[in-house]
Design a binder for this molecule. Structure first.
Ligand SMILES: Nc1ncnc2c1ncn2[C@@H]1O[C@H](COP(=O)(O)OP(=O)(O)OP(=O)(O)O)[C@@H](O)[C@H]1O
Length: 621
């Protein structure tokens, strides 16, 4: 008989309506499957794809503003720790409604990515066994791997979620990391829990700015870690809040909010304060007789000198160190990179075309790096060199070769680039008279300076770039046809930003470079993606810089880009047939809003809202 693993036996039983085999699943999963079964959910069917309307998402975001502010910063850090692994990080509110997501492009484009969007509800009774729903219900971190999900269509996913609790143990929100099952990373679960703990601590600092905050732990070297207890105390010694590790460390003692410092520790509040306010670490006994080290982390603003200290340093977490210099996940750009590598190996001239700001200069520099040439990368901005000096600038000149020539002469840029790369930027602007000399140089690789007699052979890799249509210029005789054919032996065309499939990656890359600690939400990226970006990546960079300057929070969301012209029709609008009917109007607005967010993609909208394409079409046409 074929030997089936525990999960396979359990799934067989689940999908065929049999009794679930005992011990084949973690109990949290088995209990959840049973509840889903009792609700009559069919594990082989598609779950109901429930999404709350946009206005409600905004309302919920406002209600959770403090949580969101801290959480988005942590999500950004988490994303940078696990990015590149086909992941999505989501923040849910206490009801399991997703408020924000940060994902890598690959996951965002997957079926799962399209169903975890702001507004989507992940309760167990709607979506079956899933980490977000279970963490909300169980008030503790949960990981659900692959086929442990109740619905078989979620079997390719792994999700880890941790609740974010306040000091009364109430769930304030949920942090979730979801990934493709193959990408499952054991350590991600720990990272999610740590991020949730960090948010909980952050909330204590945020909410207790008026009070004293002490960190304590039985081992002094743990005072700066997430295992330390965090206790906030009013100036008269009443306990205002206590984090989760603190509750565990003081288990068995009356550590409830409202109790007094003296009920928990043998040293009275007054004498402990004497030591703590001197800035030192003190050792005191709790009322159960265990010794703990304690240090003051914050003197509340009502305290003598309000010398609030920053939150304790966390154990240094790994950041990605080998990030590429620029983003090239778009298949066309990726292909170009491979082609460039081949071309420079063969020493063929490389010609790069693309609209302004698409990264031609960056690509030219990359060609030089790929060539492995030891010489310099020498750029020539052909549009900026005066026509009468062009030849002298490139090929050099002897002492006093012409009026205004430099006294000491000049070797010229072609010689400077020997054993390196000569990059003709804005190559369409090369003066016609100089085009002949350049063509000769490309054929012979020989340089003769103006006023000089000797020729010198050089070894340079030629790269050129333009955003103009050289072919048209050839047709109008503004550019020499033979030079054109010589330069574009090998041409790559960089796509406009709006056409790049790695748009989100470009946004995140720029943010990482400009403000590594500032999160940018998926919804913000979706809004940015609606703009046409005529200035391409350069324009995007400026828009992000502007938003960073104006931002009032530690993150950028769609509201940060209100000034961006998205060409978006008013998403509050409903279609003509729904407008007169209040009931159908709100559904219609929701459809139209998701339609906008999805880049006007009918199929995506239909999938997200679980509607037929015809229904979506009816509302958005
Ligand atoms: N793939 C990329 N990832 C991240 N940043 C990029 C990328 N491509 C370009 N940039 C950034 O966009 C800006 C414009 O790039 P670049 O100067 O290379 O464009 P260009 O096509 O040469 O522009 P122009 O035609 O106007 O000279 C630069 O700041 C560059 O760092």
């Amino acid at each position: 008989m074929q030997h089936l693993s525990g999960i396979e036996r359990a799934r067989n039983a689940l999908e065929n309506g049999g009794r679930l085999p005992v011990g084949s699943l973690p109990s949290v999963v088995a209990d959840s499957w049973q509840r889903c079964r009792d609700l009559g959910l069919d594990p082989r069917a598609a779950p109901r794809n429930s999404v709350v309307p946009f206005s409600q998402v905004n309302q919920r975001r406002e209600q959770n503003a403090a949580l969101r502010r801290l959480a988005l910063a942590e999500m950004q850090l988490l994303h940078s720790q696990i990015a590149g692994s086909n992941f999505m990080i989501a923040l849910g509110d206490a009801d399991g409604v997703v408020l924000d997501t940060i994902s890598d492009q690959h996951f965002a484009d997957s079926a799962a990515g399209r169903s975890i969007i702001p507004g989507s509800l992940w309760n167990e009774d709607l979506r079956g066994t899933n980490a977000l729903g279970l963490a909300a219900m169980a008030h503790r971190p949960v990981a659900i791997y692959g086929r442990e999900h109740y619905f078989s269509c979620h079997g390719h996913l792994s999700c880890m979620a941790a609740p974010i609790l306040n000091s009364r143990g109430e769930t304030l929100g949920l942090l979730d990391a979801s990934c493709a099952f193959e990408a499952r990373q054991e350590h991600t679960h720990a990272l999610v829990r740590m991020a949730a703990a960090q948010i909980e601590n952050g909330l204590i600092y945020q909410e207790c700015s008026e009070s004293f905050i002490f960190a304590f732990h039985p081992r002094v070297e743990y005072l700066d870690t997430l295992s330390a207890g965090l206790l906030s105390v009013s100036p008269d010694g009443s306990i205002i809040s206590l984090n989760r590790p603190g509750t565990t460390l003081l288990a068995g003692l009356p550590a409830a909010i409202g109790s007094h410092f003296d009920d928990l520790f043998e040293a009275g509040f007054g004498s402990a304060m004497d030591g703590l306010l001197n800035g030192g670490v003190i050792r005191i006994r709790d009322r159960a007789g265990s010794g703990v080290f304690m240090v003051c982390r914050q003197i509340g603003q009502r305290g003598a000198d309000a010398m609030a200290k920053p939150a304790p340093a966390l154990p240094a977490l790994l950041r990605r160190s080998n990030a590429p210099d620029f983003v090239c996940d778009d298949p066309i750009v990726k292909r170009s990179m491979t082609d460039i590598a081949d071309a420079v190996t063969l020493r063929m001239p490389v010609h790069i075309t693309g609209e302004t700001g698409t990264g031609k200069d960056l690509m030219a520099r990359h060609a030089h790096t790929l060539s492995g040439r030891k010489g310099q990368f020498v750029p020539v901005n052909c549009g900026a060199v005066p026509e009468n000096l062009f030849i002298a600038e490139i090929f050099g000149h002897e002492r006093g070769a012409f009026t205004n020539a430099r006294d000491e002469g000049s070797p010229g840029l072609a010689r400077t680039a020997d054993k390196g790369t000569l990059f003709f930027d804005e190559v369409a602007d090369i003066p016609l008279a100089a085009q002949t000399s350049l063509l000769r140089f490309l054929d012979s690789m020989e340089v003769r300076s103006v006023g000089g007699q000797k020729t010198l052979k050089v070894d340079v890799q030629i790269v050129s770039a333009t955003n103009r249509n050289l072919q048209e210029m050839v047709a109008t005789k503004a550019f020499r046809a033979d030079l054109y054919y010589r330069l574009n032996a090998f041409t790559i065309r960089l796509p406009a930003l709006k056409a790049r499939s790695d748009f989100a990656g470009v946004v995140r890359h720029l943010m990482q470079a400009m403000a590594p600690d500032t999160a940018v939400t998926d919804a913000a990226i979706a809004r940015l993606a609606l703009h046409s970006w005529p200035g391409n990546i350069r324009e995007l960079k400026t828009a992000l810089q502007r938003a960073l300057v104006r931002r009032r929070m530690d993150y950028l969301d769609e509201d940060s880009f209100e000034d961006i012209n998205t060409g978006e029709k008013n998403v509050d609008d409903s279609c003509d047939s729904c407008r007169p009917h209040p009931l159908s109007r709100s559904k219609c607005r929701e459809i139209r809003s998701i339609f906008q967010m999805s880049g006007e993609n009918i199929s995506k909208t239909a999938r997200v809202l679980n509607l037929s394409r015809t229904t979506v079409y009816k509302h958005v046409r």
